[in-house]
Ligand binder design. Structure first.
Ligand code: COA
Length: 127
């Protein structure tokens, strides 16, 4: 926080003669918060600006996420720390390559039981 005040001057830009397009300059801005695919964000989680959440990550309820979260990692707490990986490294590597969320509807439907039961070997990749 570089600003000498926490007061929300930019919200009342008209009153203070500020230019509305510069509203983001009033506070430090660490950039976009980027949420990957197939991410589960638990109830009442806070994710800070500039944080990138990897594909398949799970954010435990009430976490405050201040740092990037790697793919397929479960994090929780304040500040959020890694609890565990969702799968072994080989499975995570396969899932990262498969990107099932980009499949067409029919392909997902055909594989839905394998996806839901966590059975990566049973996935039917026939087009
Ligand atoms: C994180 C979560 C997915 C559980 O994952 P899990 O791997 O099954 O976790 P476990 O229950 O086996 O707990 C593993 C460890 O993480 C801790 N933990 C679990 N949930 C946590 C949370 N939200 N914040 C911090 N720590 C948590 C447990 O205390 C345990 O710690 P220990 O190993 O020191 O005993 C679950 O707790 C959660 O937060 N789910 C989201 C619920 C929700 O928000 N539902 C509303 C709909 S979105």
């Amino acid at each position: 926080m570089r600003s000498l005040a926490t007061y929300t001057f930019p919200i009342f830009f008209d009153e203070w003669g500020l230019y509305v397009k510069n509203i983001c300059d009033a506070w430090d801005n660490k950039g976009d918060t980027i949420i990957g695919n197939d991410v589960w964000i638990g109830y009442e989680t806070v994710i800070m600006s500039g944080v990138k959440i990897g594909d398949g990550a799970i954010i435990g309820t009430c976490a405050v996420v201040t740092k990037d979260v790697p793919t397929y990692t479960i994090v929780g707490g304040v500040p959020a720390r890694a609890i565990r990986k969702r799968f072994d490294d080989a499975t995570i590597e396969k899932l990262e390559a498969l990107q099932w969320w980009n499949w067409d509807y029919k392909n997902i439907k055909r594989n839905i039981y394998a996806i839901q039961s966590g059975n990566i070997e049973a996935l039917d990749m026939a087009v």
